[in-house]
Design a protein around this ligand. Sequence first.
Ligand code: FAD
Ligand code: NAD
Length: 468
Amino acid sequence: MNQYDVTVIGSGPGGYVAAIRCAQLGLKTALIEKYPTLGGTCLNVGCIPSKALLDSSEHYHNAHTAFADHGIGLDNLTVDMNRMIDRKAGVVKANVDGIAYLMKKNKIDVLTGVGSFVDKNHLSIAPTEGGEAQQIETKNVIIATGSKPTVLPFIKQDKQRIITSTEALNIREVPKHMIVIGGGVIGLEMASVYARLGAKVSVVEFMDSIIPTMDRGLGKELRRVLGKIGIEFFFSHKVTGATRDGDNVTVTATNAKGEEVKFEGDYCLVAVGRVPYTAGLNLEAAGVEMEERGRIKVDEHLQTNVPGIYAIGDVVRGAMLAHKAEEEGVFVAETIVGQKPHINYLLIPGVVYTWPEVAGVGYTEEQLKEQGKAYKVGSFPFKASGRARASGDTDGFVKVLADKTTDEILGVHMIGPRIADLIAEAVTAMEFRASAEDVARMSHSHPTYAEAMKEACLAATENRAIHM
Ligand code: FAD
Ligand code: NAD
């Protein structure tokens, strides 16, 4: 029987990063994955394929709506969905092959099959296509089995017309009318893809705004801009059912007045959150305890109630984000060898890859109000940015929240061009506990979108933005 120092179950961004860090630290490491390709939700059916389609659809949309303004004429513009989906598959393949290469490079044993506990130190790996299970012995286990889409019990998802994000990444035609249940991150990213390609898109949301957990100002501005590409929003609508009849779907909901509303379309995407995935692990055999909402219970070291068994990523508490899972993977590997790593959860940024992009880090204005914290606000609109005017991306703003007395940056919330990358400056500044004035006094290259961060910090410091 093969013996390992650490065995990681699940090869998503939590699992494969944990495995690499364990190997770097000299631990004999195995990685168990039930699917033939590595990379988990993120690389196969999440972050990477959705961004590939967001990029493709954005090119089309710009060619259709913005090129003329730049003096570029195009005749007979068409969309070839087969080619777009095949390109996306190619992007996924390049990424998952990259992970397989990294496993080899780091001498990590990849075991393909469903991993389950025999006891605390023994795991069984059952090939998904049948055949004999193998057993291994391990000193430590890192559970990184991720999550799956939430199912609404009153909706039968046939995965052809009533679908999850996984199928929404594989539609080989432009829908006529896509009804999206849920105005969260997945709903808005996929709504953007298909609205840009010409589909009518209706988003039906239970709450009274989109991306309700981010700073409220962001959802308001995003709604305005997405409205310009034709996405319709129906807020305070409680979905009660969805049915399919041939190629048509009907979604029913109850609106704020208690009236029943019907939506008719050809696709219905259900995007109402994700739930931790632990099926098949046989956690009882190891005595691992769970907590509410199907999550594995962990302490501040991400260790379960069983010493030597850890859990990370979507399967434990906290934001369901790839970079959060990655940080936790590194954290656990370093904890196992006796180091004292640290994760600042407040500074894990959240990003929505619509256009304009949306990002936030630190406290929102609503949270600061709730805490009774005295704060000041500095804001800078992209319509006053030279770079944004040049590219024609003038929607959105950067908002900096700073402590009223000390000027320390407490939160940064942005909506605008390429701010998925720009938020990294805010994270760096906050990690070093910078004041708004610290950032305001740093040179930012001109012309760049990043200047909006400097200007918002100037505005927060003493209301002394230069270009506003
Ligand atoms: P996962 O990536 O879910 O990986 C878990 C792995 O464990 C899977 O491969 C699964 O097959 C395997 N597994 C499960 N049980 C077993 C078992 N018993 N034996 C063997 N293997 C098992 N996050 C971002 O930060 N940015 C984004 O842009 C982004 N976009 C997204 C877009 C979509 C459409 C979706 C659905 C998600 C997106 N996410 C994004 C979220 C991100 O994908 C997850 O937060 C991330 O993948 C979680 O990583 P993980 O390692 O915890 O689990
Ligand atoms: P979400 O939690 O972001 O949004 C779900 C939305 O559905 C919420 O706004 C909620 O109010 C609404 N909702 C719930 N039940 C409803 C009902 N019955 N009727 C109408 N609306 C309803 O979840 P998601 O969009 O499914 O994404 C799942 C996870 O994946 C998130 O945690 C997210 O962090 C992650 N993800 C991240 C990215 C990114 O980082 N860019 C992209 C995609 C997914």
